[in-house]
Design a protein around this ligand. Structure first.
Ligand code: NDP
Length: 400
């Protein structure tokens, strides 16, 4: 049905290429392009061996709009799946507009020199995508992504009004390392060291980093200390679901992880500004990334589960109602299928389903959209089939 170009050959990119190849009837031609072509070639060879599907590869610097335009004009994809870094979102969107290509990503734009997450930069492209008749699908990983679709599904089928939303993200996996991040360390550390923020009674409430925490029980896992942090899907969800009185995001962290994080910050290794070292300018957090374990290599010995979902309360037929929708994903099963760990898997599968929704015409509308603005039903119909089965519980104690 369509030709797809995937940009970024990291952990998430690897999963996307596998899943797109598994859906070869829809994605009839596939190309993987990234900064380092040799990484693309390794993934393409693995996919060819597993499924007999050909994946073309190319080198591209996605910070450079002209290079992207040349690649898009040469390959002529219908859709670009951006699973490079958030820094490249705008250059790739610019190239899409210049060449008439549709766009999908999993993380909102972030400037390199500011740890600052907001959709305003990408929402500013709304009119240009609309005028060009092109679709841009924003934030189609797990969170943002599936959590946003879960919320839309709950609002559509289970509530007249949703009032309280708590997105709960637990990684109960064990990779055997003292400290490692589950996706790009630079992006991950910038995200988890920022101040906490949540929505309450029509305004944002800011907290110190990790100030609010409590143990929450996760299905098949048990209690895990969970911390309120700011997460980007809150911004679009409170806009798109104005009945929300409160919206928070909780993530589990182990004590060992938090201790390492504190040391990293205290000694200045989380800094995102340039420092001079032996006459060379380096950014400490980028240097740190070079010495930390590669998230893409954690899969082999990773055991345990991730559990991510939405705990929602509100009103149905005039009565209060509680609802919990979640997915548990096994790191081992993700590794067996794609050679990557669960966090890359839970991001790459939804990105592929979003692309599938676009290619099959179900999520195709000129403009720039967050995923909760589309029909959640066909997406959730695919989620289990593509490897991430979901569970719903109603009228339970949400612990919140
Ligand atoms: P990785 O660091 O593993 O991979 C990023 C890839 O992008 C690498 O192959 C890298 O190239 C490539 N890249 C970086 N800069 C450029 C550039 N200028 N031009 C071309 N290619 C470039 O990251 P992940 O796979 O872990 O994450 C990918 C994306 O997924 C990130 O944006 C992350 O924020 C997002 N994410 C979203 C989640 C969600 O649930 N919504 C959860 C987890 C991640 P090279 O190999 O040469 O370094």
């Amino acid at each position: 049905m369509g030709k797809v170009l995937i940009i970024g050959a990291g952990g998430v990119g690897t999963v996307v290429v596998h899943k797109v190849a598994q859906n070869h009837a829809v994605f009839t031609e596939i190309m993987l392009a990234s900064r380092t072509k040799s990484k693309c070639d390794v993934i393409a060879a693995d996919v060819k061996q597993r499924y007999g599907v050909n994946v073309a590869t190319a080198q591209v610097d996605a910070d450079n709009v002209n290079e992207l335009i040349a690649l898009f004009n040469d390959y002529k994809p219908e859709l670009v799946i951006n699973v490079a870094l958030p820094y490249q979102d705008l250059t790739i969107m610019d190239a899409c507009l210049a060449t008439g290509v549709n766009y999908l990503d999993t993380a909102n734009y972030e400037p390199k020199d500011e740890a600052h997450f907001e959709y305003s930069w990408q929402w500013a492209y709304q009119q240009r995508f609309k005028d060009a008749g092109l679709t841009a699908i924003l934030g189609c990983g797990f969170d943002p992504g599936v959590t946003s679709v879960f919320t839309a599904y709950a609002a559509k089928h289970h509530f007249d009004e949703i009032h309280y939303l708590d997105i709960v993200d637990c990684n109960a996996g064990d990779h055997g390392k003292a400290f490692a991040t589950n996706f790009n360390p630079e992006i991950n550390i910038r995200e988890v060291t920022q101040k906490g923020k949540y929505w309450e009674n029509g305004q944002w409430v800011e907290t110190e980093p990790h100030e609010i925490h409590k143990p929450l029980n996760y299905p098949e896992i048990g209690p895990k200390e969970s911390y309120v942090i700011y997460h980007e899907e809150l911004e679009s969800l409170v806009k798109n679901f104005p009945t929300l009185k409160r919206a928070r995001f909780w993530m589990t962290f182990g004590q060992e992880y938090l201790t390492h994080l504190r040391v990293i910050q205290n000694i200045g290794m989380a800094r995102i500004d340039e420092v001079e070292y032996n006459g060379v300018k380096i950014v400490p957090i980028q240097f740190l990334k070079a010495v930390l374990p590669n998230p893409g290599d954690l899969g082999e010995n990773y055991t345990g589960w991730t559990s991510i979902g939405c705990r929602i309360s509100g009103i149905k037929d005039g009565k209060p109602k509680t609802y919990y929708i979640y997915n548990n994903c096994s790191h081992e099963a993700a590794f067996t299928e794609t050679g990557t760990q669960g966090v890359s898997y839970t991001t790459g599968v939804p990105a592929t389903i979003g692309a599938l929704m676009f290619m099959t015409g179900q999520w195709r509308q000129p403009g720039v959209f967050n995923v909760e603005e589309f029909n959640p039903d066909p997406f959730l119909e695919q989620l289990g089939k593509q490897g991430l089965p979901w569970v719903e519980l109603t009228d339970i104690d949400l612990e919140l």
